[in-house]
Design a protein around this ligand. Sequence first.
Ligand code: SAT
Ligand code: MN
Length: 592
Amino acid sequence: MTSQLESLNRWVDDVARLTQPDRIHWCDGSEAENRALIAQMEADGTLIALNPQTHPNCWLHRSHPSDVARVEHLTLVCTKEQEDAGPNNHWMAPAEAHAKIDALFAGSMKGRTMYVIPYCMGPIDSPISRCGVEITDSPYVVVNMRIMTRMGAPALARIEREGTFVKGLHSTGDLDPDKRWIMHFPEELTIKSIGSGYGGNALLGKKCHALRIGSWQARSEGWLAEHMLILGVENPKGEKTYVAAAFPSACGKTNFAMIIPPKGYEGWEVTTIGDDIAWIKPDAMGRLHAINPENGLFGVAPGTNEKSNPNALATLHANCIFTNVALTHDGDVWWEGLTEEAPSHLIDWTGKEWTPGCGRPAAHPNSRFTAPASQVPSIDPAWEDPAGVPISAFIVGGRVSKAFPLVFQSFDWAHGVYLAATMGSEATAAAVGQAAMRRDPFAMLPFCGYNMGDYWAHWLSIGRSLPEAPGIFRVNWFRKDENGKFVWPGFGDNMRALEWIVNRVKGRAGAVESPYGWVPRYADLNWKGLEFPKAKYDEIVKVDREKGLAEAADQVAHFAQFGDKLPKEMELERQLLVARLERSPAVWELVA
Ligand code: SAT
Ligand code: MN
């Protein structure tokens, strides 16, 4: 098979000449093709079939032990001018980058099959969706792309109609970490990735296309490509509100996207559009509409359980691929946090015997599940609406144990951009070698495909163009007390902050002005069904002046990196925060 699109055939030929595969296979996305690939991977040990009774059509994959997460230090944005990639990206000149990586691709597919995967990010008939073609020598990538994207014949038909597509070239190479690169050439709409089979490095539709290349395209075309979940909230009156929320990798996006309203919220419903990425575009009326460009979930397994995320657990009963989790005796999966007590014996993620107390985790901390979004019990009926869903609020937040209140609203759009631009988070296992604490603006630090200063300016200009801009809110579920214990119950009870957010944007919830933004008073939140005394609430909203000033002072260096690219509004907002803090008492507290 070849395509009717000459430019696609030519590129495939060029890649084949370089990588020298034994065979070329154009993926049609069919069930038969998927079956054949799985059978082949079962035979060579790449996939282990799980118990068909408890997990029909599910497989376990164990990666190379050095290939378990994204590698930010090896991830490059290769623009002609270094300034366009910005201090937030590792950079290499395009010619040098191509030469370096092409030398590794030379002959890399000898003895292997080269798969050509046409895919569409977003519903196949949505004008907001965009297509790409990934070439890979990994059948594991093919079966994962089939879950994560709309892959195969319909995508190819759209590509042929449109004549354009993002080019992604991937080879697992020899999985040598010293010969691993994830390179982006946004000016050429091209991605090249070698030496890793891990999700964010190898499933090129996801972070590489939908975020790094996507954000570049979004800026030049006037839309937003964001690391955000999308959810719908329906109140007992049947009124529906959609919000998009940015949290860094492994900070609970999947849990929040599938939140189950807690006790006291009878009649409320939360529905899921997406759990990781949002493509957001102003419609003809200037209202922001969002689609989930993905077709599946690539979620963190550890910590997922009946309490933290029953919807995710129910999603995982069939048709899933698990990567680097532990295997039970009866062909079932297990990971830390799935059950309170670990089974007495397991095979760990590396294939070794495991018993509780042996000193090693059974599942890798960044072990993952790949699952079809259509299986999520809370999936929104409009999740594939080609027009997307209207967004009324943005929520941003990180994993920070100190300083910031549970929830607060920005004073206006520019202040909201500032709140998102300065958000920070403690390290997680989603990428190797993260600093203990880092600023992760909009949760886009590892994913913004261009200069972050230009990105903030783009957000500011989008806001100016909207007749009715959504509210911007910041949340912090992770505040700890003096004993290092989380104060807020989190999970389902995050619904209380969500209800306040929804009511705020509808103009029917109270708040008071704190140095950080509009904060709900105790009485402004719905406490039905939860015992949470006012004194405890006051603890998680109070503002310590010295901590606040230290935070504002720390932002100076953060902003300084961006030089001339820093929008003036950002430094002005910082100074306004300092002014508000200087005029506030040593500890700013709610009076009512
Ligand atoms: O980068 S992945 O998409 O594999 C996971 C993440 O870090 O969000
Ligand atoms: Mn993510």
